[in-house]
Design a protein around this ligand. Structure first.
Ligand SMILES: NC(=O)c1ccc[n+]([C@@H]2O[C@H](COP(=O)([O-])OP(=O)(O)OC[C@H]3O[C@@H](n4cnc5c(N)ncnc54)[C@H](OP(=O)(O)O)[C@@H]3O)[C@@H](O)[C@H]2O)c1
Length: 300
């Protein structure tokens, strides 16, 4: 089978296609024929060594998967033929024709949800959902979402609105209409306006940007406010500061998929590229202002 792999850490050019043996599903695992995967920011950070939890290369990137079960290990909950999607926490990555993944981490793909949107949802959607849960967002609260037009952010905006929150997003001005259509009541163009100069008494900040946004966001929180960060950020030592790590959850993912099918949540796919162009996809994500998600499909 084909995989995308890298021998060294570095820029997008280190990614290339290679041949590898098809994995065997272990106990509790299923083997999935890839329908689609998607690019997450962490893939780029793993590729260049900004984050290191894959260890040294060679390795294959990718967490998200949508596809069809073609073999099932002992005790695996999804039979052969099931259409599944999820966040496949495997050591082998999802930029691959076939992926062995823990069945319990995967949800059945609801009818009407295509591979592309299903592959765009898991990491971004689960992180957004779990960040809102961690903040215990209540109806009527003011939620500030940094990076609102990104993969995680555009889903977080919509999920916060569904919870009855009043949403302000930071994004560049070209994404302003996009975010208003998704339900944001206010969009702050961070290239022109410093959010901390115009906001105060914010109930919840979901930070999908990091850096000094941490410290600045805590300064605009209400006394009982909550700051949830999803990446490295300079934050003060403050009990209102928490961080989220997106975790697989089949039940949450199934519900997210249903929300997409019923039209309550829109997954915006900026573009679709084949895994044969993985290097180009990473370069594109790095050099352009992506809106929403970039989805990767198998080799043709
Ligand atoms: N902890 C976890 O489990 C977890 C899971 C997923 C993601 N994350 C982290 O969350 C972050 C976002 O991930 P993603 O996949 O959504 O990334 P993404 O798709 O690349 O989106 C990032 C967005 O941030 C916006 N942005 C850039 N600089 C900004 C600024 N100064 N102010 C406001 N917006 C800004 C960009 O929008 P414009 O074009 O409008 O500038 C871009 O759309 C990454 O750091 C990622 O590592 C963490």
């Amino acid at each position: 089978m084909k995989i995308v792999t890298q021998q060294i850490l570095g820029g997008p050019d280190v990614l290339h296609t290679a041949e590898a043996p098809r994995p065997e599903p272990g106990p509790g695992e299923v083997l999935i024929a890839l329908g689609a995967t998607s690019l997450n920011s962490v893939d780029r950070k793993l590729r260049d060594g900004t984050v290191t939890h894959f260890g040294a290369p060679p390795f294959t990137l990718g967490f998200d998967i949508s596809g069809r079960v073609v073999a099932s290990g002992d005790d695996a909950v999804h039979p052969v033929g099931s259409e599944v999607f999820g966040m496949a926490h495997t050591a082998t990555g999802t930029y691959s024709e076939f992926v062995a993944a823990p069945a319990r981490a995967l949800a059945l793909r609801p009818p009407g949800l295509d591979d592309l949107r299903a592959a765009a949802l898991p990491t971004a959607g689960l992180t957004a959902w779990q960040a809102l849960d961690l903040a215990a967002v209540r109806e009527g609260e003011h939620v500030l979402i940094h990076g609102g037009s990104g993969g995680v952010g555009h889903l977080a905006v919509q999920l916060a609105v569904l919870r009855g929150a009043r949403v302000t997003a930071t994004a560049r001005t070209t994404n302003s209409d996009f975010l208003r259509h998704l339900g944001a009541g206010q969009v702050i163009d961070y290239t022109a306006i410093a959010f901390d100069e115009i906001l105060s008494e914010v109930d919840v900040v979901l930070d999908f940007v990091g850096g000094d946004y941490g410290r600045r966001s805590v300064s605009v929180l209400a006394a009982d406010g909550r700051y949830i960060g999803a990446q490295a950020a300079n934050t003060p030592d403050d009990p209102r500061v928490r961080s989220v790590t997106g975790r697989p959850s089949a039940s949450m993912l199934r519900r997210l998929g249903e929300l997409v099918v019923e039209g309550s949540v829109r997954v915006h796919i900026d573009r679709v590229l084949p895994l044969s162009d993985a290097a180009q996809a990473h370069a594109f994500a790095e050099n352009t202002q992506l809106r929403g998600k970039l989805v990767l499909t198998p080799w043709t």
